[in-house]
Ligand binder design. Sequence first.
Ligand code: NAD
Ligand code: DAU
Length: 358
Amino acid sequence: MEPLITDTDKTVGVTGGAGFIGSHVVRLLVKKYPRYRVINIDALTYAGNLENIKDIETYPNYIFERADICSEEHIDRLFSGYQFDAIIHLAAESHVDRSIMDPLAFVKTNVLGTGVLLNACRKQWSHDMEGKRFYHVSTDEVYGSLGDTGFFTEETPYDPRSPYSASKASSDHLVMAYYHTYGLPVVMSNCSNNYGSHHFPEKLIPLMINNIINNKPLPVYGKGENIRDWLWVEDHARAIDTIFHKGKTGGKYNVGGFNEWKNIDLVHLLCRIMDQKLHRPAGESEKLITYVKDRAGHDLRYAIDATKLSRELGWKPSLQFEEGLGKTADWYLENQDWVHHVTSGQYQQYYTEQYGKR
Ligand code: NAD
Ligand code: DAU
């Protein structure tokens, strides 16, 4: 299939490019497409960190703009200045537990912020939508929770159950509304749980790695029986590259790892990997496992059917999970300075509120 967006001189705005997944997407685009001008638009919230993209900040095709996507005035100014050909939208409040503490922050950034960006594209591109593209990066959580069997497909009805997933579902609906109402050339993907380097240590895998290193309790919610489908973050970045260039306008693609794990089994596996890396006796880190109060409205199981993406666009996950976890553990062990920077200050307050003093 001919790419819809070609590798000619294009100005591509990436929102949330200082976050976990966004930094991998920015790195991939800047290195792979020297003729693209990549503008990273990020507010640098607690989750955004310019250290995540330090290795590419001097590339001539990369520019950083600190901006809040909820500020219509600031976003309009950036659109006038850069005349974007495309936006890849990742900026969001992304942590479910925080959405339970402060739901309106999620409504603001994920719903209003997405609306501001869509509207800026509509205004900027209204005369000529040829070659333009708004790519919305969304989550499998919009589909709700599965029982023991079945998979989320692109046709699964939306059934979000946390303030985070409800805000992402709302943003997905807004994106499709701009497609149907204004003919905005949009494309969207819904991905399962990512893991890898630069993952903020409030999320399960980096939190567990960090706590194992520091001999702190490993807080497993409920009985640890909830299931997630894990994908190597660089495979997600590759999927975004593929869908951005080849995805059908108005189309929607599920992205997943075909890799389901019960939380407690995953934590046991991480403990084994970390015992080896830290030269601890086998079984030592498992002693840190502590069952804590369950997450409110905790979705039982997510599992993505990503066959449309592999069948139509040829994408497949590349990395085997144990290898990916090993590489992730190595990254955290080698980048303790990064961990110390992002877990100081505000993070300590969040941790105490979420897990109590330990
Ligand atoms: P993250 O929390 O690590 O990063 C979010 C980034 O957005 C940060 O750099 C932050 O500074 C920025 N940001 C937040 N509010 C902003 C605002 N108002 N204006 C501008 N920038 C703002 O998130 P992530 O895990 O990298 O997720 C990125 C996207 O992918 C999100 O849209 C998320 O819903 C989606 N997603 C994440 C996963 C996952 O497993 N992490 C899976 C599927 C989809
Ligand atoms: O499915 C995609 C989603 O995956 C993304 O849209 C979200 O942005 C991302 O945060 C992630 O959401 P989850 O809630 O699935 O991820 P989290 O790492 O927070 O939790 C994974 C599982 O581990 C979940 O069942 C809750 C559990 N958990 C989590 C934490 C932080 C624990 O048992 N203990 C913990 O301390």
